[in-house]
Design a binder for this molecule. Structure first.
Ligand code: NAP
Ligand code: HSE
Length: 449
C-alpha cells in the first residue's frame, strides 16, 4: 500500500520500509502529503522506499483529503506499530502515544516524533527503549516547528560548550501577544485566530499557560547541557495574566512583551548549575526578538567557540512542522537502509537545576494603590528593605473623590534593577498584606538589556 504520486515510475530495485503514521491531524496530513508528492525523490535520498502501511486515527470515517487514502485509516494503532520499520508519531498527548512508541521500539522500529509533551514528561523511558533496542529516536519537529534546532544543538554544536539558549519557541503565544500589541486585539480573539490557523495545541491551555514552551525548554536544556532536565525542573509562567495595560505600559517604556524560554549554564564558586525557565518578559523594542511577529519563532544560542547564533522561522503549522518530521524520517530511514545508529541521549554532565529564587532579574511590577501621602515611600521602603533598587516609576491617577476631587486610587508601575527572585517574592508578600496596596496587577521580568 505505498503512496506513489500519479505517473511517477516505481524504482523496484530500492528496498521498502514499512512506515506507520500515528495521527492525521494538522501535522500528520501534511506529512502524508509530502510523502505522497515527493515519494520518488525521498526514495532516492533514502535509498529505500517509504511504504505507508497505515495511519492510526480516532475517526476512520472522516474524509482527510486525497493524500490520506481512506483504506489506510485504522483505529488499531497497536498492530500497526508492531509491523513497522519506522513509526511517525504525530498524534500528540501522553497516552496512548507513550505505550505505542515503547511497543514500536520493542519490535525494532525507529521512531520519529513531534511530541514535545511526551519527550519532556517521559523522555527518559523513550531514550532507554531506543538504546535497549538499538533503534533511533528523532524529534526535530518537537522544538520550534520547521526551524532546525534539535540537530544543531544535539549534533552540530556537540563539540562546543553551550552557555545559553534564549528564544521564542511557542508560535501561538507569540501570535497572541503580537496581535494584542499591534492591533489591540483581545486575548480571546487572537487565540481563536491562532487555533484556526492550526498553530495552537489541541488544548490551547498548553500554549497559553506556557507548558508547551516549557516542554521545549526542557528538551533544549537536556541537549545543550548533557543533563536530564525534566519538565518539573522548568519554571513556567504563561501569558494568561498579560493585560492590555501591561502591553501599553511596555510600549510606554520602549519595550514589548514576549514569552521567552531561557536555558542557561550558571557558573558559581562551588561549580555549575543550570536554569530553565519560561515567562512573559519585557524586552527592548530594538532587541532582535522584539520584531519576531505572528507565529514565528526565533532562538539565540551562545556557545563558547561558535559565539552567538540565531535561528528564525516558522515554529508551528502543519507544513512547516511536517518539513522537520520528514527531515528526521529521511535520516532514520537512511540508517535503516545503510546501517549505523543516530545520536543517543547524552547526560553525562548531570548538572543540577538552580531554584528560581536564587536567580537575579530586573522586574516590572504594577500595583493599584491608595493615592495618599506616604504610600510611595512605603512601597519604596519595602523594596529597599529587601535590597531591591528602583530604576523607574510611573504613576497614573485612577480615581478621585466625587465630592472633594482629591485623589483616591492610583496605578503605579515600577521597574527595578536586577534583584534576587526571593527578594521580589518577599516584597510582594508584604504588598499583599499592606492595606494601602489594593492589588498587585502584574509582575513581569525584564530581559535582553
Ligand atoms: P491534531 O491536529 O490534534 O492531530 C492529532 C491526530 O492524532 C488526529 O488525527 C487524531 O485523530 C489522532 N489521534 C489523537 N489521539 C489518538 C488516539 N488515541 N488514537 C488514534 N489517533 C489519535 O494535532 P497536531 O497539531 O497535528 O499535532 C500533532 C503532534 O505534533 C503533537 O504532539 C503536537 O505537539 C506536535 N506539533 C504540532 C505542531 C503544530 O503546529 N500543530 C507543531 C509542532 C509539533 P482524529 O483526527 O481521528 O481525531
Ligand atoms: N502549539 C505550538 C506552538 C505548536 O504554538 O508553537 C508548535 O510546537
Amino acid at each position: 500500500m505505498s503512496l506513489h504520486p500519479a505517473g511517477s515510475p516505481a524504482t523496484p530495485e530500492l528496498p521498502s520500509l514499512r512506515v506507520a503514521v500515528l495521527g492525521a491531524g494538522t501535522v500528520g496530513t501534511e506529512v502524508l502529503r509530502l510523502i505522497s508528492q515527493q515519494g520518488e525523490e525521498l526514495a532516492h535520498r533514502i535509498g529505500g522506499r517509504l511504504e505507508i502501511t497505515g495511519v492510526a486515527v480516532r475517526d476512520t470515517e472522516r474524509d482527510r483529503g486525497e493524500h490520506v487514502p481512506a483504506h489506510l485509516l485504522t483505529r488499531d494503532a497497536e498492530s500497526l506499530v508492531r509491523e513497522a520499520d519506522l513509526v511517525i508519531e504525530v498524534m500528540g498527548g501522553i497516552e496512548p502515544a507513550r505505550t505505542l512508541l515503547l511497543e514500536a521500539m520493542a519490535h525494532g522500529a525507529s521512531v520519529v516524533t513531534a511530541n514535545k509533551a511526551l519527550l519532556a514528561q517521559d523522555g527518559a523511558a523513550l531514550y532507554e527503549a531506543a538504546d535497549a533496542h538499538g533503534v533511533d529516536l528523532s524529534f526535530e519537529a518537537a522544538v520550534a516547528g520547521a526551524i532546525p534546532l534539535v540537530r544543531p544543538v544535539r549534533e552540530s554544536l556537540a563539540g562546543d560548550r553551550i552557555q545559553r539558549v534564549l528564544g521564542i519557541v511557542n508560535g501561538t503565544t507569540n501570535y497572541i501577544l503580537d496581535a494584542m500589541t499591534r492591533s489591540g486585539a483581545s486575548f480571546e480573539d487572537a487565540l481563536a485566530s491562532a487555533q484556526e490557523l492550526g498553530y495552537a495545541e489541541a488544548d490551547p491551555t498548553a500554549d497559553v499557560e506556557g507548558h508547551d514552551a516549557a516542554a521545549k525548554a526542557s528538551i533544549l536544556a537536556s541537549l545543550a547541557f548533557h543533563s536530564r532536565v525534566r519538565l518539573t525542573d522548568v519554571h513556567c509562567e504563561g501569558i494568561t495574566s498579560v493585560s492590555a495595560q501591561d502591553i501599553s505600559a511596555a510600549a510606554r517604556m520602549g519595550r514589548t512583551i514576549k514569552l521567552l524560554s531561557i536555558v542557561e549554564r550558571i557558573e558559581e564558586e562551588t561549580g555549575e548549575r543550570i536554569s530553565a525557565r519560561v515567562y512573559p518578559a519585557l524586552i527592548p523594542e530594538e532587541h532582535p526578538l522584539a520584531s519576531v511577529s505572528e507565529a514565528y519563532n526565533a532562538v539565540f544560542i551562545e556557545a563558547d567557540a561558535a559565539g552567538s547564533l540565531m535561528f528564525y522561522g516558522q515554529g508551528a503549522g502543519g507544513a512547516p512542522t511536517a518539513s522537520a518530521v520528514l527531515g528526521d524520517v529521511v535520516s532514520a530511514a537512511r540508517t535503516r537502509v545503510h546501517g549505523g545508529v543516530g545520536p543517543r541521549e547524552s547526560r553525562y554532565a548531570e548538572l543540577e537545576s538552580i531554584p528560581l529564587e536564587e536567580l537575579r532579574s530586573a522586574f516590572y511590577i504594577s500595583l493599584t494603590v491608595e493615592d495618599r501621602p506616604g504610600v510611595l515611600a512605603e512601597i519604596a521602603g519595602t523594596l529597599s528593605g529587601y535590597g531591591i533598587s528602583i530604576s523607574t516609576i510611573h504613576q497614573e491617577l485612577l480615581e478621585e473623590s466625587a465630592e472633594t476631587g482629591a485623589p483616591v486610587r492610583a496605578h503605579i508601575g515600577i521597574s527595578t534593577h536586577r534583584a534576587l527572585e526571593s527578594a521580589m517574592t518577599a516584597s510582594l508578600d508584604v504588598f499583599s498584606s499592606t492595606a494601602t496596596v489594593l492589588s498587585i496587577d502584574s509582575v513581569l521580568r525584564i530581559e535582553g538589556e
